[in-house]
Structures are given as C-alpha cells and as structure tokens.
Design a protein around this ligand. Sequence first.
Ligand code: APR
Length: 226
Amino acid sequence: MRITVLTGAGISAESGLATFRASDGLWENHRIEDVASPDGFARDPALVHQFYNERRKNAAAAVPNAAHQALARLAERHDLTLITQNVDDLHERAGSAKVIHMHGSLNRARCTSCNLTWAAPPQMSVDMPCPACAARTIRPDIVWFGEMPFHLEQIWVALEQADLFAAIGTSGNVYPAAGFAQHAARNGAHCVELNLQDSATSRDFDDHIRGPASLTVPAWVDSLGS
Ligand code: APR
C-alpha cells in the first residue's frame, strides 16, 4: 500500500520539543515576524540566530519517541513517503532514511549571498563567514513565513499517488500543508488524522485517532500489518 504521512510539531512534543500554538508554544514566547520571517532576519539576524541556536540545542538533546520509531518501521513494510513540517532530525535519528523536510532543517545552514547550504554548526552567528564565498550573511536553512516550502512538486505527486494519507501532530493552520488531506482525498486516498484533539482541518479526514502520538502511532502502524 502507498502511504503518505505528514508530521507536525505534535509528534516531537513527547520528546520534549515545544510545539508552536500550544499555551506554552514557541509563538507564545516569540513574534513570528521577529524570528521566522525574512524581514525579521534583515532587521536583527543575531536575534534570529539566537532563536534557532536554542532550538538546535534542544533538538540535539531530545530523543526520538515511539511515534518516530513506529514510522521508521512502517517504511520497512509499505511504500511510505514521509513528509515533515518539523525542522528537528528525530525522524532520521529514529531510523527513517528518507524524510522530506518541507520547512527545512535546523541542521542545515545557507548562505544568502551564494546560496551554498551545508551542515550547520551547533551555534551560528552573524559573523560566521560562508565556507564558499566568505560573506557574513549565513542563515538557518529553514523556510520562513512568506517563503516557498521545499520539495512541493515531489509532495504533490506523493499525495496524488497515495492510497492512504495520515497527518500526525499538526494543527492544520499553515498552508500548503493544511491542504494536503483535501488534495490526497481528491485523488482517492483514505485520510486519517492522528492528534490529541481536533485540528483546523479535521473535517478533511475520514478517520480521527485521538491521543498522544507515542501511543496512537505505534498502534496505528501495527494495525496496518505488512
Ligand atoms: N500527540 C499528538 N498530537 C499532539 C501532541 C501529542 N503528544 N502534542 C501536541 N499535539 C498536536 C496539537 O494538538 C496540535 O494540533 O500537535 C499540533 C501542533 O500544532 P502546532 O503547534 O501548530 O504545530 P504544527 O502544526 O507543526 O505547525 C505547522 O507552523 O509555525 C509554523 O513552520 C511552523 O512547521 C510549523 C507549522
């Protein structure tokens, strides 16, 4: 069976990483326009690096949970396309070999002068030179608000080919990811939402599995058999 899965911050919550829109979420403590927009980076790059250095440190200290591990097992049994909005590497560290990071990765840096991307150091700063052109204009290789997500062509194809689409731990607030279930359903996929609670797009799903991902995802994966 061809399965396409989209994960959001909720799958990493039980690994101790903050989500965005919970009461203690990242967007409660930081203004998106300051730390996750091109204008914010142009205005105060040091603040942006500080925000992502903190998230990079937390992600490095986090451990993949049973939900990440279950999706790695799923890829051994079915034709799985795993898409994540998350910028942590918990899927990879749980054993998922192919992960589509549509919002980029904390572990990648990009030069805004020559566009080189490379493995980001644990702490980045405004005075770090680009390894290729030496310009001091490096940024996290993360998609900010107002920028185009990565790998969309590949994602649309995976949604159109899926027999089954699952969204795990995402609030359905940010497009284009919030429109993935509708796109998959229009192409014949059965859609299931795994979340603690209803999301902004719950109506787009055929089934709803409620509970913490570390419990619901392993049970769901086991229910799919091989
Ligand atoms: N198990 C399952 N779901 C959970 C858990 C859990 N343990 N904890 C939280 N959730 C769910 C919440 O109910 C919520 O629906 O995870 C979702 C988290 O929502 P958001 O914080 O909005 O995160 P996400 O949907 O990934 O945000 C999407 O928005 O800000 C941008 O680029 C950012 O990639 C992010 C995008």
